[in-house]
Ligand binder design. Sequence first.
Ligand SMILES: NC(=O)c1ccc[n+]([C@@H]2O[C@H](COP(=O)([O-])OP(=O)(O)OC[C@H]3O[C@@H](n4cnc5c(N)ncnc54)[C@H](OP(=O)(O)O)[C@@H]3O)[C@@H](O)[C@H]2O)c1
Length: 206
Amino acid sequence: MRKLVYYIASTLDGFIAGPDGADPTGPDGFWPIPDDYIAHVIAEYPETLPGPARTALSISAPGRHFDTVLEGRRSYEVGLRAGVTDAYPHLRHLVFSRTLGESPDPSVEVVADDPVARVRELKREEGKAIWLVGGGELAGALYSEIDTLIVKLSPMTLGAGIPLFSGKATFDPNAWTLTDHQVLASGALFLTYDRATTIVTISVTD
Ligand SMILES: NC(=O)c1ccc[n+]([C@@H]2O[C@H](COP(=O)([O-])OP(=O)(O)OC[C@H]3O[C@@H](n4cnc5c(N)ncnc54)[C@H](OP(=O)(O)O)[C@@H]3O)[C@@H](O)[C@H]2O)c1
């Protein structure tokens, strides 16, 4: 079974974007991307860079980790507003939406069905891991299906914004095991956590 990986940039206070839902790393964004952060992404996760950035940086490396990418409609629209109908042409690209209707791009599949059922189907297929881009609402719907969290933690706080999980996410405490980490000189951390195996304890009483 392949894994669903929520690979996501977060602030120290757990936000992935500002309250307005705009691209926080875009030309008018507030989220700085230091050089060592970009270098680490290019070296470790080249497939997570959008197509236009890969072209500009002459990156043609295939996916090291992922061959499929999932987005919620509002995250997808960040690219659409910039005129990009498929930000990840080098990956199989699925967008979850009940309102978008026909896909704006023949290589992007719009899925109106239940994301949990669709992700379970995808996991049964052969291939590399499945990258959940976000945003918070789709991640909230897929909370139970996430096997690995890769949090790119930026040394900033927002006070308010779109959280890592939102929408229909419910209170459901889960433990995660740290399996990898990189600390960059700029202060960003790349933290990889696998969902911890549940340990059942049995207490014996008289
Ligand atoms: N920091 C990062 O690394 C990162 C990564 C990705 C995105 N972002 C940011 O996140 C923000 C967008 O996040 P968001 O939470 O507002 O929205 P989102 O999760 O990207 O998209 C929400 C939409 O996804 C669809 N969806 C969600 N749950 C669904 C379900 N159960 N079934 C079918 N469709 C479902 C719905 O589309 P319909 O309404 O069409 O049904 C919903 O309106 C943007 O600001 C973006 O820049 C940040």
